[in-house]
Write a protein of this length. Structure first.
Length: 291
C-alpha cells in the first residue's frame, strides 16, 4: 500500500504522515497510489481505493468521476474548534459593536453606547456535528441556552434541548448558527418558510452558502432590517455580488484557515488512513447524498 498527498507540502510533512498512517507516503504522485490524501485535486486512477479529504466538507468533489469501488472519507470535526471560534467572533463583534466603535473612533467620534450581552439568550444550532458541538460548548460558557436540531443526537451536556424540527430552532432562538453539511437534501434548506419563523436578531452561516436560498434571504433581510446575517460564506464566491445588504457581515471563507488547524487536520486525515488499513475507517461518505 502507498499513499500520496495531493497538496503542496514538503518531504518532511510526507514523512510525518507516513509515520502516522503506517505506510509509505509521498507527494503528488497519484499513479499507482492506493490512497490519495488532499483537499480537492484528486485523480481517478485504476489503483485508487481510498480518497481521504483533509477538508471536513466534501460537497466540492465530483464523485461521478470515480469508480464505485473507491471509498471516500471526510475529515469531519478537524476544523470544528476554529470554525466555532469564527462563528462567535462574528456574533460578538456584532453584539459588542466592535466594528462600529472602531469606525467611529477612526472618524473622530468618541461615543459610548450600550452593547448586548449573550447571557441568558438562546442559541439555536441547525446541524449538530463537530462544529455544532464546539459552538454549543462556547455558548454554554457564555451563559447561553442551547437548542439543536440534528439527525443524530448526542448526550454531551451542552444541549438543553433537541427539537423535533428546524422550525422550532428558528422561532425559539435569538441567535441561529447554520452548521449543516451541504448535500442534495440540504441545498436551499434555509428558505422562505424557515426564515418567516425567525424571531431572533442574528443568523450565522459558517457552513456552505447554498444551504441558504439566496433570493429568499435577500428578501428577508430587506424586509427585516433589525436582523443581522453574519456569514463566512457567500453565493458564487469569490465572485461576490455587490452591494451587500446593509444588515449583513461577510468574511471570505476563512473560518477553518489557520496554520495550526491545517497541520492538525492533515495529521488527523493520515490517522484515518491508518484506521482504514485496520478495517475501521471513520467518517465514510455516503456518496448518494451528493449525487
Amino acid at each position: 500500500m502507498r499513499a500520496t498527498i495531493m497538496l503542496d507540502v514538503g518531504a518532511d510533512i510526507a514523512e510525518k504522515c507516513s509515520a502516522v498512517a503506517g505506510i509509505p507516503v509521498d507527494v503528488k504522485n497519484p499513479d499507482g497510489a492506493d490512497i490519495q490524501i488532499g483537499m480537492r485535486d484528486f485523480v481517478p486512477t485504476p489503483d485508487l481505493k481510498l480518497v481521504q479529504t483533509v477538508s471536513a466538507g466534501v460537497d466540492h468533489l465530483n464523485f461521478r468521476n470515480f469508480s464505485d469501488r473507491v471509498l471516500f472519507c471526510s475529515n469531519a470535526g478537524a476544523f470544528s474548534d476554529s470554525v466555532a471560534q469564527h462563528a462567535f467572533a462574528l456574533i460578538l463583534s456584532n453584539t459588542n459593536k466592535i466594528c462600529q466603535f472602531n469606525s467611529e473612533i477612526r472618524s473622530g467620534i468618541y461615543r459610548k453606547d450600550l452593547v448586548h450581552s449573550l447571557y441568558g439568550e438562546t442559541l439555536g444550532i441547525l446541524g449538530y456535528g463537530g462544529i455544532g458541538q464546539s459552538c454549543a460548548r462556547i455558548a454554554r460558557s457564555l451563559g447561553m441556552k442551547v437548542l439543536a436540531y440534528t439527525r443524530s443526537r448526542r448526550d454531551d451536556g451542552y444541549v438543553d434541548r433537541y427539537t423535533d424540527g428546524p422550525e422550532e430552532i428558528m422561532s425559539g432562538s435569538s441567535v441561529v448558527i447554520i452548521a449543516l453539511p451541504l448535500t442534495s437534501a440540504t441545498r436551499n434548506y434555509v428558505g422562505r418558510k424557515l426564515l418567516q419563523k425567525f424571531r431572533g436578531t442574528m443568523i450565522v452561516n459558517i457552513a456552505r452558502a447554498d444551504i441558504v436560498a439566496k433570493d429568499d434571504m435577500m428578501a428577508f433581510l430587506n424586509g427585516n432590517p433589525g436582523v443581522m446575517f453574519l456569514s463566512d460564506v457567500w453565493w458564487n464566491e469569490p465572485n461576490v455580488e455587490l452591494p451587500l445588504p446593509e444588515n449583513s457581515v461577510l468574511t471570505p471563507h476563512v473560518a477553518g484557515i489557520s496554520q495550526e488547524s491545517m497541520s492538525t487536520a492533515l495529521m488527523r486525515a493520515c490517522g484515518n488512513v491508518k484506521k482504514y488499513l485496520e478495517g475501521k475507517p471513520e467518517h465514510v461518505v455516503n456518496v448518494k447524498e451528493y449525487l
